[in-house]
Design a protein around this ligand. Structure first.
Ligand code: ZN
Length: 361
């Protein structure tokens, strides 16, 4: 195959993928590879081109540059998105093709795409997979089978990692003319965002489940076993009580604190918790019982000692404390009596008794 011609075709369509296209190494084979007559088999049933996870392109027959170039872009899409490692059971190849082809120039044959499948654009393969169970994909679509081949790598693991970052940086620099899916991919590679909201929600749920089994004896409601003239204590489950400790020291920027308080609200509302917010700089300020954490009046601006805030929270006997801080603070030596989730604005060391959620800036 004329790799140079195919690469040139691909480069003119997607110059931002140049580093990736030049990293591919062609491995030529005679005749049909293996028994799989299906790999990109739009050439009279002959296997034509595939790639393996080691950035080798396996080719058998000459394809026109337009077709070969399109397949290069397609396979580079799989490689950069690490579809080999992400593979799952089921119609994974179809799902992965839908993710890749979204961002490609129009294919010179009926290719799999969200549009041809009648599915929404811009999803990940993991999201297409369950949707594929619900539809009958058209039969004439040219799908891309799993590569039957592996060969020694064109790139080492380290080189692969560097390449992926380099391509992401090129995409970010190019901006104009780069499809949205590639831009989102580059953003995620360069600034990976663990979904900290989901993590926070999980930790809050766990923390409340761990301590919230507590039942209070209460006289507020009559028991069903109520006897005439005698009110027995009934068992009621009180609202979970959450103390939010907001680091209001001078080093924490208010807009960031406000933003995270807003996010914490969403999580706590789902848990129907009773929320007390304690502003804390060098000292703990009086707790504010608020309907929404974001309603709190932020008081502070001095130095930082969250030991004060955690001690003040302890007097409220919370089921859980959520601390919002940049981490520039002394911490208590001993584990508090309640679970603690720390939402950390910047990298810092936090005691091992706390659950840490890194809050992306
Ligand atoms: Zn494919």
């Amino acid at each position: 195959m004329n790799l140079a011609a195919a690469r040139l075709w691909a480069l003119t369509r997607a110059p931002y993928l140049a580093s990736a296209l030049f990293a591919l190494r062609a491995v030529e084979h005679d005749g049909v590879l293996g028994s799989d007559a299906n790999w990109n088999a739009h050439e009279g049933g002959k296997a034509a081109m595939t790639v393996d996870a080691n950035w080798n392109v396996h080719v058998t027959v000459d394809l026109p540059a337009e077709q070969a170039g399109w397949w290069l872009l397609h396979h580079v899409g799989h490689l950069l998105r690490d579809h080999h490692a992400r593979a799952r059971d089921g119609a994974w190849n179809l799902a992965a093709d839908a993710e890749v082809n979204d961002d490609l120039p129009e294919a010179p044959f009926p290719a799999v795409s969200p549009e041809t499948l009648g599915l929404p654009a811009g999803l990940l393969a993991e999201q297409y997979l369950p949707l594929l169970d619900l539809i009958d994909p058209p039969e004439d679509l040219v799908a891309c089978p799993a590569p039957p081949y592996t060969a020694a790598g064109a790139l080492s693991d380290v080189e692969r990692t560097l390449l992926v970052r380099a391509v992401a940086a090129e995409i970010e620099a190019a901006r104009a003319g780069v499809p949205g899916g590639w831009r989102r991919w580059a953003e995620e590679v360069l600034r990976p965002s663990v979904d900290w909201r989901a993590l926070l929600a999980t930790l809050v749920r766990h923390g409340l489940a761990r301590s919230g089994g507590r039942l209070d004896h209460s006289y507020r409601r009559p028991s069903r076993r109520q006897l005439p003239d005698v009110v027995l204590p009934s068992m009621v489950r009180p609202l979970p009580r959450v103390a939010v400790i907001a680091d209001t020291s001078g080093s924490v920027r208010e807009p960031e604190l406000r933003r995270v308080l807003g996010e914490v609200d969403g999580v706590l509302r789902a848990g129907a918790a009773q929320v007390d917010v304690i502003c804390c700089d060098a000292a703990a300020h009086p707790p504010q019982r608020v309907r929404r954490a974001a309603d709190v009046r932020l008081i502070g601006g001095g130095g930082t000692d969250l030991r004060e805030g955690l001690a003040a929270a302890g007097t409220l006997r919370p089921d859980l404390a959520v601390v919002l801080t940049d981490g520039a603070t002394p911490w208590p030596q001993r584990r508090p009596r309640y679970p603690v989730v720390v939402c950390l604005f910047s990298p810092a060391s936090v005691p091992s008794w706390a659950h840490v959620v890194e809050v992306a800036a």
